[in-house]
Structures are given as structure tokens and as C-alpha cells.
Design a protein around this ligand. Structure first.
Ligand SMILES: Nc1ncnc2c1ncn2[C@@H]1O[C@H](COP(=O)(O)OP(=O)(O)O)[C@@H](O)[C@H]1O
Ligand SMILES: [Mg+2]
Length: 284
């Protein structure tokens, strides 16, 4: 693929808003009678930041459009409004599913976590690796296919290619990821690498298996402060002990102590085998 199809803004019809993030509003609508999701960048952010976000997302999706479980881009338009067209995923994000009380069984939670882990592993295995930098339940879309959940990783607006092997840093650090989920090395403006996605994956596991926000009752700033001072956020003991351990390991303050996705996948596989053998109970 050379680039996304450039579309005329006047050929897009917006129907209703279906989601919102820090940078954009997402609508379901039509492009030449085809149902699509339209991600419009917010005017609140500077045009320069809008353009950076827009180009990062398009650039990343051009590299990874061939991967399974990654959102499919269907077109883009820069003027008069910067927007990107995507396949419309009717059930929305995992976050929306859980917030609306959609109960997932433990086995479904494990399958979901495994799919996301495989997708991030494939991003990290590219040459150069792609860091998503904003892994969260809000950025994983879900579809039910023949009763099975299929995850679709989305929102590559702050993703980046690791052009050098080893560690990577840049001045944009304070803008990267949600403060509640962000790895401490980012907030502390230290060099960072693939393990920032592992840290966020720990929070995704927490919210998936516990069903509440990480650090519920605390402000984003308070959670961020706890994380940067190396203090732990309690994980309820109702969570499967091996998942509990995996979350703690992903949240290790020292990035070197966090597992790689190549280690996370077999750990989740083994938890899946155990739960299949011992029956299920609801999570989230
Ligand atoms: N293709 C899509 N289909 C359905 N819902 C979507 C789609 N893309 C995004 N959304 C919804 O819109 C929200 C914001 O989109 P996102 O790309 O994450 O924007 P931001 O970069 O502002 O965080 C998502 O959390 C999700 O709820
Ligand atoms: Mg988002």
C-alpha cells in the first residue's frame, strides 16, 4: 500500500458520535454510502500537534495494515478537516463493553489478553519495532464473531518506530500515553523502549480482570505520582494469582524487570490451560 486513499470531506456524512479520546472525536458515518468510522482530530490541540498525530497514525497503519487484529484504515482527508476513515467496529472498545456491564468470563478475558499480547508482540517484532505507546482498553476494539471475541488494536496516533536498537527517547515524553497508565520512565523523562507497552499492558490486564479503573478513587495525577515514586497499586486478591503476578511483573518500576511479550504469551497460555481444566467464573 502506498498510502491511504485521499477522500473529499464533502463525500463524508457523519451520523453520530461513538467515541472520544484525548485527541479526537470518532463518528459513525458514511463515505460514498459505505459505513465507516470517522476519526476527526480535535480543534483544541494546535494544528502542529494535529498534523503530527494524523501523520503518525497514517504512517504506522501503512506499515502494519497487513497484520491481523489491527484496525483497517480506509481513507484520509487533511483539509478542510483532518480526519481518518476506518472500518466501523460496531461493538466499540473493550472499555465501552466493560463500562456498559458486558460481563466477560475468565476464559474470554484470557483470550482477549492473549490476542492483544500477540498483536503487540508482532509490532515489537517489526524492523524497526513499532511502539504503540498508548495500550489501553480504550484503544482495543472488539467484535464478536461466532460467539468469540476478536480484538482489534487501534489508535496509533502516538505510536513511533524505534529507529535505533536499544533505547529511545524524545522530548515529546510528557504527551505520551494517558497519565494513569503511563510507564514511570516516560513521566520521569528517562530513555525508554518496548517495555513501556508492557507497563501499559499490565494496566490493561488489571482493568480487564478486575473491571474497575487502575487506582479507582485516585486522580490521574495521584496515580502518576504513585507510579513514579515506585509505590505499588493494590491488585485485588480475587484476581487469579498468576494474573496478579503477571500484572505486578508488568508494573515493575525497572523496565528490565518487566517481561517481554515473548514471555507474557506463554504465561497467559499456561493460565488459559489451567482455567480450562478447572472451570470458569465471571471476571470484570
Ligand atoms: N473504528 C472504530 N469503530 C468503533 N469505535 C471506534 C473506532 N475507532 C475509535 N472508536 C471509539 O472512539 C474512541 C476514541 O478513538 P481513538 O482512536 O482512541 O482516539 P484518541 O486518539 O483521541 O484516543 C475509542 O476509544 C473507541 O471507543
Ligand atoms: Mg484512544
Amino acid at each position: 500500500m502506498i498510502g491511504p486513499e485521499l477522500v473529499e470531506y464533502e463525500d463524508i456524512v457523519l451520523e453520530r458520535k461513538i467515541g472520544e479520546g484525548a485527541y479526537s472525536e470518532v463518528y459513525v458515518g458514511y463515505y460514498l454510502n459505505k459505513k465507516v468510522a470517522v476519526k476527526k482530530l480535535k480543534d483544541l490541540i494546535s494544528y502542529k500537534l494535529q498534523l503530527t498525530h494524523f501523520l503518525r497514525e497514517i504512517g504506522a497503519l501503512r506499515r502494519i495494515g497487513h497484520l491481523p487484529n489491527v484496525i483497517q484504515m480506509q481513507g484520509a482527508c487533511l483539509k478542510p478537516v483532518s480526519c481518518i476513515l476506518f472500518e466501523y467496529v460496531e461493538e466499540g472498545s473493550l472499555d465501552q463493553l466493560i463500562q456498559q456491564g458486558g460481563k466477560l468470563h475468565v476464559e474470554e478475558c484470557i483470550d482477549t489478553a492473549l490476542q492483544v499480547a500477540h498483536t503487540i508482540y508482532s509490532l515489537h517484532s517489526l524492523d524497526p519495532p513499532l511502539l504503540h505507546r498508548d495500550v489501553s482498553l480504550q484503544n482495543v476494539l472488539v467484535q464478536r464473531e461466532s460467539g468469540q471475541i476478536r480484538t482489534i488494536l487501534s489508535d496509533f496516533g502516538i505510536s513511533t518506530s524505534m529507529k535505533t536498537t536499544g533505547r529511545y527517547s524524545e522530548n515529546l515524553a510528557s504527551l505520551i500515553g494517558h497519565p494513569r497508565y503511563r510507564a514511570p520512565e516516560i513521566t520521569l523523562k528517562r530513555p525508554y523502549g518496548k517495555k513501556i507497552d508492557v507497563y501499559c499492558f499490565g494496566s490493561l490486564l488489571f482493568e480487564l480482570f478486575v473491571g474497575t479503573r487502575v487506582g479507582e478513587g485516585l486522580s490521574d495525577a495521584e496515580v502518576c505520582q504513585l507510579r513514579t515514586s515506585g509505590q505499588s497499586i493494590p491488585i485485588p486478591c480475587t484476581v487469579h494469582p498468576d494474573i496478579n503476578q503477571l500484572i505486578s511483573d508488568c508494573w515493575s518500576f525497572d523496565a528490565n524487570d518487566r517481561p517481554k511479550f515473548s514471555e507474557i504469551i506463554p504465561r497467559l497460555d499456561s493460565i488459559k490451560k489451567q482455567t480450562t481444566a478447572h472451570g470458569t467464573k465471571s471476571c470484570a
